[in-house]
Design a protein around this ligand. Structure first.
Ligand code: GLC
Length: 569
């Protein structure tokens, strides 16, 4: 294997002083701001209404100026896009709509020139039904070896007319689909996404080869999709309770989530990464019980795993503090650093989520529009405050495209444009995830607000001109400028250490009642973050001179409800 020239091009790489005064190079991912690019909706260079690699290349200066350390690109491989690209037909090529392999190579190299690392999304649990392996399996008779790369089995009943198990798909409906010859294949997601059989040596080898392919092209890391799902109980038992969810939470010895056999596979990936220079990394999308997560983060497994607790948290000082405390401790226990995620391409955007009445279940992608009492201003204020929370914390923060513009969920997409398989699979009871995937508004004017020259694949809601990057750039009170300022400050002040202390606000001039509604933490560098989750303003224990940035209101005055401030102390 030939290693490419070092991709450790990060102009942002830092050294940290250790207790004995020596300098240690800190792996970049331990404290990176990683910007998630949903490529289909980021920037369209050729006017076909779909984002593409060259569109992303054109926005690299924007990302550099935003100050991010890395980008994570959602799957960009050849795909019929039955699940937005998480149905991969060829892991070594780029989707036609997105460009060419040469474009992708140019993107990686240009990102490196800007000091930005590139994390590629890999999908090991399933392929597309159009992947050559599945095409072969489907057209071969029962018993043919090509079928063993997937979970293709006879069903139950005399004529095999019942599926092999009662498992359900995460997207709704049964997890098995019948082939014309009577056998059934497993798909934990859409029928267009057959699950691979990871007991098969060719599957294991193929995936190592795919990782090698992208490592050789300079990929700095991998986001591993459904990392907790690849190994199945090969006795295929029925489940006592079936739920269409991605988590193993309440089920012991779950037949397809979080099985022990996963770990020996992860170790082979890690060994491969370790043969490359430049701190190549892997981050797991693993929806597992909190006590099981450290297993994925052992020194010879993943470098990081997404922590979705804040993303799922209600707006509460106590809940936020507890999550932060636990996450920092858990990461330290395994020698990793915590990750912070407020949203991604699978969930309702936080600027909307935080404006819903407390207790609203937004997780199942509801089919109905916003509750009449959706409070838009409130959601936006809280989202800005939450940004200062996660940008100030030690560890790695993931920012989903559009978060930095304060984009809300596009609730009211017309039914005829909905593309997420969840919409059909749920019999139109769940609208799906398209509302957080609407193309980015870059400019104040133009047919798709600067996204591209054609009609965007999902329409942008009326009124999004004001959210555009152009409208916000240079406006001191805009969300974009808030992100830019906070990320720049983080770099100079906060990022160089991994220390965090949760502060007791009663020790900083607040009374008991106020303190219960306030989150306060301090970093080793002195950067202090204070957030008011309550309903009345609270005093900030800082002078106007030591205040660095706030998410709303006026420096030097009491901190408004649903607002955060950073100061040095
Ligand atoms: C992950 C992705 C999601 C996708 C699913 C199936 O959860 O984040 O978008 O639909 O896996 O690949």
């Amino acid at each position: 294997m030939t290693n490419p020239p070092s991709s450790a091009s990060g102009s942002h790489s830092e050294t940290a002083a250790t207790a004995d005064g020596s300098q240690n190079q800190v792996p970049w991912w331990r404290r990176a701001i990683t910007y998630q690019v949903y490529i289909r909706s980021f920037a369209d260079s050729n006017g076909d209404g779909t984002g593409d690699v060259n569109g992303l290349r054109s926005k690299l200066p924007y990302l550099r100026d935003l100050g991010v350390d890395a980008i994570w690109i959602n799957p960009w491989y050849a795909s019929p896009l039955a699940d937005g690209g998480y149905d991969v037909a060829d892991y070594r090529n780029i989707a036609e709509q997105y460009g060419t392999l040469a474009d992708a190579e140019a993107l990686i190299s240009e990102a490196h020139d800007h000091g930005i690392k590139v994390i590629v999304d890999v999908v090991p649990n399933h392929t597309s039904e159009q992947h050559a392996w599945f095409v072969e399996a489907k057209s071969s008779p029962p018993g043919h070896p090509s079928r063993n790369r997937y979970h293709i089995r006879p069903g139950q009943g005399a004529d095999s007319e019942q599926p092999p198990t009662n498992w359900t798909s995460v997207f709704g409906g049964p997890a098995w689909t019948r082939l014309p010859d009577g056998e059934w294949y497993l798909h934990l997601f859409a029928p267009e996404q057959p699950d691979m059989n990871w007991e098969h040596p060719e599957v294991r080898q193929e995936f190592l080869d795919v990782l090698t392919f992208w490592l050789d092209r300079g990929a700095d890391g991998f986001r591993v999709d459904v990392a907790h799902g690849i190994v199945k109980d090969m006795t295929f038992p029925d489940m006592a309770e079936t739920t269409e969810v991605l988590v193993s939470n309440t089920y012991d010895n779950h037949p397809h989530w979080d099985r022990d056999g996963i770990h020996e596979i992860i170790r082979t990936w890690r060994s491969l990464l370790n043969t490359y220079d430049g701190d190549r990394m892997m981050v797991a999308e693993a929806w597992v019980r909190p006590e099981r997560l450290p297993l994925y983060l052992r020194p010879d497994e993943y470098h990081q795993s997404f922590n979705f607790d804040l993303l799922e948290a209600e707006w509460s000082a106590g809940v936020f503090s507890t999550i932060i405390d636990k996450a920092v401790a858990a990461a330290a226990d395994v020698g990793s650093t915590p990750t912070w995620v407020l949203s991604n391409h699978d969930v309702m955007r936080e600027a909307t989520r935080y404006g819903l009445p407390a207790g609203t279940d937004w997780r199942r992608w509801p089919a109905t529009g916003p509750a009449e009492d959706l409070n838009v201003g409130l959601g936006q204020r809280r989202a800005r405050a939450a940004a200062l929370v996660v940008l100030g914390l030690p560890g790695s923060t993931y920012v989903y495209q559009g978060e930095e513009l304060g984009l809300p969920e596009a609730w009211d997409l017309p039914e005829e444009v909905l593309d997420d398989p969840v919409w059909e699979r749920s019999n139109h009871t769940q609208k799906g995830r398209d509302g957080c995937r609407v193309p980015i508004p870059w400019a104040k004017d133009g047919p798709s607000l600067g996204f591209g020259d054609g009609d965007p694949w999902l329409p942008q809601p009326a009124g999004w001109s004001g959210f555009s990057a152009e409208a916000q750039a240079g406006q001191p009170d805009s969300t974009l400028e808030l992100y830019r300022r906070a990320i720049a400050l983080r770099r100079t002040l906060g990022a160089a250490d991994e220390d965090l202390e949760l502060l007791d606000p009663t020790q900083h001039g607040l009374n008991e009642a106020e303190s219960a509604e306030v989150l306060m933490y301090r970093r080793g560098s002195g950067l202090t973050c204070m957030v008011n989750f309550g309903s009345a303003p609270v005093t900030v224990p800082a002078s106007t001179e030591t205040e660095l940035v706030r998410s709303g209101g006026i420096a030097g005055t009491p901190l408004d409800p649903d607002t955060a401030v950073w100061f040095t102390a």
